[in-house]
Structure formats: structure tokens, C-alpha cells
Design a protein around this ligand. Structure first.
Ligand SMILES: Nc1ncnc2c1ncn2[C@@H]1O[C@H](COP(=O)(O)OP(=O)(O)OP(=O)(O)O)[C@@H](O)[C@H]1O
Ligand SMILES: [Mg+2]
Length: 321
């Protein structure tokens, strides 16, 4: 029993239980060229999954271009997506610039957080999806593109069409093959194999040979993991780093409390005296944003309203080293 979760050969993805069925379906869907829309809470592995679809498609050897629709400032979005022509605006590069649709040519364009796309861009995207043609900003030449679209969201897109926040025609254009990634708490049978796989990766990275105590795996199965796989990965990493022993152990109280309050603690640990002022402020800002996001179930739009910050500022802050 003890040695059961000892490092084993690295497998690309945990494919047991319910996830096994989803991955089998995704493999089938990957072989077509149809648009795939991935739904799932934050941290359920939407991007990893989109990459899996790409790798298993005929385009697998060509590029996979991920783009976070919430992270691009709205005024730059059109030129990011479609590029701009030579001399399109002051300060633009002399030869123009290709957009993501051209860069992803022959490959897969992963439109993450598609629910955050402003309405003006939604209609432009719809047109491209329907015709396959784009025109660079400030250009007059029609360019045909060849991309497979995989989109992802943690929002209720259909609900958004009801309130007018998302175009209904675009919704139906994207909703061709929807795939729902379940939250970790809805697939507890996968938690152990995922945790062991993540641990095996850290063992390989740090040259360790660590394993979980049986009780730890039990608590992992019981915990609700609101941050899903990302949270599991963070907890495993923290255990790997702080534990002196080869056997990794976390108490039940510690897991349930530490994980739920971890971000808040981090916010206040930024207040340690003696730290460089700028670094302390940066750490606090980041932790405060993370905490707000977790209280909004990862919904960046709600968090941005609550904080009075633009979505792109939130992403920028979170991406800072
Ligand atoms: N099947 C998996 N096996 C191991 N690690 C995984 C797996 N799926 C996801 N992860 C890890 O979990 C984390 C979250 O994954 P990912 O970024 O794909 O989630 P997401 O659903 O896109 O999250 P968000 O909504 O917050 O963008 C990443 O660090 C990723 O490496
Ligand atoms: Mg993601």
C-alpha cells in the first residue's frame, strides 16, 4: 500500500473514472476539424485539455496558440486577432503585423475565457468563423485563414446570451462540440491518481523520491478543492518543498484550513516588517486580487467590478513574477 504512490513513469494525463470517458470522447472529437467549446470551473484543466485535443488532431504537429481573451485590452484586441496592415496607425510597425489567426495558420487557436470577449469583437469573430477570411486592421486585402478553434470558458455562455452579454449566433457557432470538465469534487475517484502524477512530476523535477501517507490521500479525497487541479498542484508542491521526510503528510485540519485561508495568509505575510516596501506592496496587491478572485469563483468580470480594476490589469498583476 505504502509504495503504491511511489514515483512512477510519467503519464501525460489522469484518465481514470469519469475523466477517462471525457478524454476518449475528446480524442474522437479531435480527429474532426469542428469547433470545440470547453466548459469548466477555474483550475479544472481546460488549457491542458485543449492542448490534448490539439495534439490528437491532424494539426498536432503544427502550432497551438493560446490566447486569453480577458487579458487583452479591448482597444488592442482587433489588431491582436487580425493583425494590422502596413502604416495602419502611428507607431505601427512599418511592415504591418500578422494577427493570431494568421500566426496559428494550419494549427489550433485556443480562445480562452471566450465569455470575456467584448460584443464588438464577438461579431467580428463570428464573421471570421463563418467565412474563414480576415482583413488586417487598416488593410484592404482579404486573407484566408486555416485555424481550428478550441474555446473555453468558466461562465454560463447560454445564460449570457439571455442577458445580451454574449451574441446568440456566436454561441451557436461555438457550441458545436461542447465538453464539460467536471470539478474535482465531482470526480473524487480521480484525485489520488492526479495527486500521484503531480507528485511524480515534482519528484522528477527536484530529484526526490517522496510519497504520500495513506491518511493524506484520504483527506485529499474528502476535501472539496474549490480551486480544482490547480489547487491540488499547489498543495502538493508546498508539501514537497516544506517536508523534510520522504513521506509527505498533511493533517486533516491543516489541509482544510490552510488551503481555504492560504491566500489570505499570503496577503498578510506580505506585511512582514523588514521586507522591501515595493515588494511588500506588490505581494499584497497580488494576494488581494487572488483572494477576491477566489471569492468570486474565479469570475474575472465580477472580481474586476468588485475591485474597480480593468480585467487586463488583473491578469497583468497575476502574471507578474
Ligand atoms: N490532467 C492533469 N494532470 C496534471 N496536471 C494538470 C492536469 N490538468 C491540469 N493540470 C494542472 O492544473 C493547473 C490548471 O490547469 P489549466 O490551466 O489547464 O486549468 P484551467 O481550467 O484553464 O484554469 P483557469 O480557468 O483558471 O484558466 C495547471 O497547472 C495544469 O498544469
Ligand atoms: Mg485557463
Amino acid at each position: 500500500m505504502r509504495g503504491e504512490n511511489l514515483p512512477r513513469q510519467r503519464r501525460p494525463l489522469a484518465k481514470s473514472g469519469r475523466m477517462g470517458e471525457i478524454y476518449a470522447f475528446a480524442k474522437k472529437a479531435a480527429s474532426s476539424d469542428s469547433t470545440i467549446l470547453i466548459y469548466g470551473e477555474s483550475g479544472t484543466g481546460k488549457e491542458v485539455f485543449a492542448h490534448y485535443i490539439h495534439k490528437n488532431s491532424a494539426r498536432g504537429a503544427v502550432s497551438f496558440i493560446p490566447v486569453n481573451c480577458a487579458a487583452i485590452p479591448p482597444e488592442l484586441m482587433e489588431s491582436e486577432f487580425f493583425g494590422y496592415a502596413q502604416g495602419a496607425f502611428t507607431g505601427a510597425s512599418k511592415n504591418g503585423k500578422p494577427g493570431l489567426f494568421e500566426i496559428a495558420g494550419g494549427g489550433t487557436l485556443f480562445l480562452d475565457e471566450i465569455g470575456e470577449l467584448p460584443l464588438a469583437l464577438q461579431s467580428k469573430l463570428l464573421r471570421v468563423l463563418e467565412t474563414g477570411d480576415i482583413m488586417r486592421v487598416g488593410g484592404s486585402k482579404v486573407i484566408s485563414t486555416d485555424v481550428r478553434i478550441v474555446a473555453a470558458t468558466n461562465r454560463d455562455l447560454y445564460g449570457m446570451t439571455r442577458t445580451g452579454a454574449f451574441r446568440e449566433d456566436l454561441y451557436y457557432r461555438l457550441h458545436i462540440i461542447p465538453i464539460y470538465l467536471p470539478a474535482l469534487r465531482e470526480r473524487r475517484e480521480d484525485i489520488e491518481s492526479l495527486a500521484c502524477q503531480i507528485l511524480a512530476d515534482f519528484n522528477a523535477k527536484y530529484g526526490y523520491n517522496k510519497f504520500f501517507s495513506a491518511a493524506t490521500l484520504t483527506y485529499f479525497r474528502e476535501y472539496s478543492w474549490p480551486g480544482n487541479i490547480r489547487e491540488l498542484k499547489n498543495v502538493v508542491e508546498r508539501l514537497v518543498i516544506i517536508s523534510q521526510a520522504r513521506e509527505l503528510h498533511i493533517s486533516r485540519e491543516h489541509l482544510f484550513r490552510q488551503v481555504e485561508t492560504g491566500r489570505t495568509e499570503k496577503a498578510f505575510s506580505a506585511l512582514d516588517y523588514g521586507a522591501n516596501y515595493r515588494q511588500a506592496v506588490d505581494a499584497f496587491e497580488r494576494a488581494y486580487i487572488e483572494e477576491t478572485l477566489s471569492r468570486c469563483q474565479g469570475n474575472v468580470t465580477v472580481a474586476s467590478k468588485m475591485l474597480g480594476l480593468h480585467r487586463s490589469s488583473i491578469y497583468k498583476k497575476l502574471q507578474e513574477p
